[in-house]
Design a protein around this ligand. Structure first.
Ligand SMILES: Nc1ncnc2c1ncn2[C@@H]1O[C@H](COP(=O)(O)OP(=O)(O)O)[C@@H](O)[C@H]1O
Ligand SMILES: [Mg+2]
Length: 255
């Protein structure tokens, strides 16, 4: 199962959610690959893999010079691997423009390793460019983090329209798994209003687990740790553990 974490807005909690959901799934005993599709490499470094020192990464698999399997790194979580972003990934935006089947590149290379993992989580960059398009086409389901700020709802219509286009033209089975509200501040009335507005976009599939705003989640990446290793018993870890459980319920509760 491949899940892309997508929102063309920057700073809404995509990477934080991709990293901690992937780590949460591995803590729950799943074998997980986190694919870092953002040239900034925050998901890679956030898991303690020094992306600036790597000589190969996802980029090299995308252009076909290496097998994906050969660029995957281990992390501090036993069941979690990362396909790292190196700075050259930024070049893929331009280099793929004239390549035939350019929107299928990630999907193609993931198909070789898909069977080996329980879940593949893709952290997408903050744009709707060719890299994110690859992230959408490669996915079975889309997870959309939404920051609990009023302006954060802007652009959701465009994102859902883009997903519809991909579904109509390339990937008929593409599904929106749902939206997850991030950086929620219960002292702020605005957070409640955003949640209310969000139901207009996602009447049936907002995750009940809401991620609170807490400085621990902002600190953890600078130590190269998921929240489960940085502060395993805090409320941030609990919130991502709840999200992980709710996520697993959606996929594995039908038996
Ligand atoms: N729940 C949260 N509480 C506090 N800070 C957060 C939270 N989620 C993310 N952050 C911080 O906000 C910034 C943007 O989050 P990030 O996950 O990188 O967003 P994106 O990947 O969408 O650009 C980062 O500095 C991150 O550490
Ligand atoms: Mg990010």
């Amino acid at each position: 199962m491949v899940i892309s974490v997508v929102n063309q807005k920057g700073g809404v909690g995509k990477t934080t959610t991709a990293v901690n959901l992937a780590a949460g799934l591995s803590e729950a005993g799943k074998f997980v690959l986190l694919v870092d599709l953002d040239p900034q490499g925050n998901a890679t470094s956030g898991l303690g893999v020094k992306h600036l020192e790597l000589d190969k990464g996802l980029y090299h698999a995308l252009i076909g010079s290496h097998r994906l399997h050969d660029v995957v790194n281990n992390t501090a979580h036993a069941g979690l691997r990362v396909a790292p972003a190196t700075p050259d990934l930024a070049g893929a935006n331009v280099e793929l423009v004239n390549v035939e089947g350019r929107e299928n590149k990630l999907s193609d290379i993931l198909s070789e390793v898909k069977h080996a993992y329980d879940y593949i989580i893709i952290d997408c960059p903050p744009s709707l460019g060719i890299l994110t398009l690859n992230g959408l086409v490669a996915a079975d389901q889309i997870l959309i983090p939404v920051q609990a700020e009023y302006y954060a709802l802007e652009g959701l219509g465009q994102l859902l329209k883009t997903i519809d286009l991909v579904r109509d033209n390339i990937k008929p089975n593409l599904k929106v798994l749902g939206a997850v509200l991030t950086m929620f501040d219960s002292r702020n009335r605005l957070s409640e209003e955003v949640l209310h507005e969000l139901y207009k976009y996602f009447p049936n599939n907002i995750f009940r687990s809401v991620i609170p705003r807490t400085v621990r989640l902002a600190e953890a990446p600078s130590f190269g740790k998921s929240i489960f290793h940085y502060e395993p018993h805090g409320k941030a870890a609990r919130s991502y553990e709840r999200l992980t459980r709710e996520f697993l319920d959606r996929f594995e509760n039908n038996n």
